[in-house]
Design a binder for this molecule. Structure first.
Ligand code: FE
Ligand code: FE
Ligand code: ZN
Length: 278
């Protein structure tokens, strides 16, 4: 297989240029990073010089789209208004800062309805998106498909569809599928990847699919636990992950590892996957 965008989650704490250099040293040509500290509210201002050097590196090394991941602590579907307002504030600030990086995508967990029910949760998520997406929006916003832990919304393709349908400017909305989450949600990507992709296409539409998180899973199909495992050491196994990467309907997408690894471990996984795909 000729060209593939493969990388991993990295820390942005030393700036964007350093993050791109680290990606290159790991054999990656894409990467994901947290848009802000998962616990803190204050995001670091973006240094325009750093942004410029980063954008030059991106071009020179033919990087795929950087993926900013919103803190998983945000809950746009929360019951308490204060928690929803915080999510709205953080996400709108993220989108302003990300406008320095054309082509970056912004991924978020749709949220947990915490007992209000799926319908109410979906309305709240769509309301937030309608507030966030302005006419001059530049960033593709991705709903991440979830494993269905607790009251998480977005573990069924139908729920992602309903959020998209309720969003006015949904031309800016895409989906990120996570192999661990899919399996956890009950989708059998190990034995019937074609069937799962047909179902996704029928419900959401494959043209919405913009990114894949590559993770093995510590748990069996349908567990709803969301415990990522290193590639080849979980219930999915190496072959299932390779089948995802090789699939004609998926192989053009950027793949981001979120396995429990330090940079050295990511380097090994990237090398292992690239060796099998070449
Ligand atoms: Fe995620
Ligand atoms: Fe993920
Ligand atoms: Zn996860």
């Amino acid at each position: 297989m000729s060209h593939i965008y493969l990388g991993c989650h990295l820390s942005v704490s030393n700036g964007f240029q350093k993050m791109a250099e680290e990606a290159i040293s790991l054999g990656a040509n894409v990467f994901q990073f947290f848009s802000r500290n998962p616990r803190g509210s204050k995001a670091k201002a973006i240094d325009p010089d750093d942004a410029k050097r980063f954008n030059e590196l991106r071009k020179a090394h033919d990087f795929g789209p950087p993926l900013a991941h919103a803190p998983y602590t945000l809950n746009p579907a929360a019951k308490e208004e204060r928690i929803r307002d915080f999510a709205a504030m953080a996400m709108s600030d993220d989108l302003v800062r990300l406008s320095n990086f054309p082509g970056t995508m912004y991924n978020f967990h749709p949220g947990s309805h915490v007992g209000q029910g799926v319908d109410a949760g979906i309305e709240l998520i769509a309301a937030l998106l309608n507030q966030l997406i302005t006419a001059d929006n530049k960033t593709t916003i991705l709903l991440e498909g979830m494993g269905g832990k607790g009251s998480e919304i977005g573990s069924r393709f139908e729920e992602l569809r309903r959020i998209i349908d309720r969003t006015n400017h949904n031309e800016y909305i895409g989906v990120c599928l996570d192999t661990c989450h899919l399996y956890d949600a009950g989708y059998d990507i190990k034995s019937d990847l074609d069937g799962v992709l047909d179902e996704f296409d029928a419900v959401v539409g494959l043209s919405r699919l913009k990114a894949i998180h590559l993770n093995d899973s510590k748990n069996v199909r349908g567990s709803h636990k969301d415990r990522h495992e290193k590639i080849g050491q979980g219930e999915l196994g190496l072959e299932a992950i390779l089948n995802v990467m090789r699939h004609p309907k998926l192989r053009h997408l950027p793949f981001y590892l979120e396995t429990p690894n330090e940079p050295d471990g990511y380097k090994e996984e990237i090398a292992l996957l690239r060796a099998h795909l070449s």
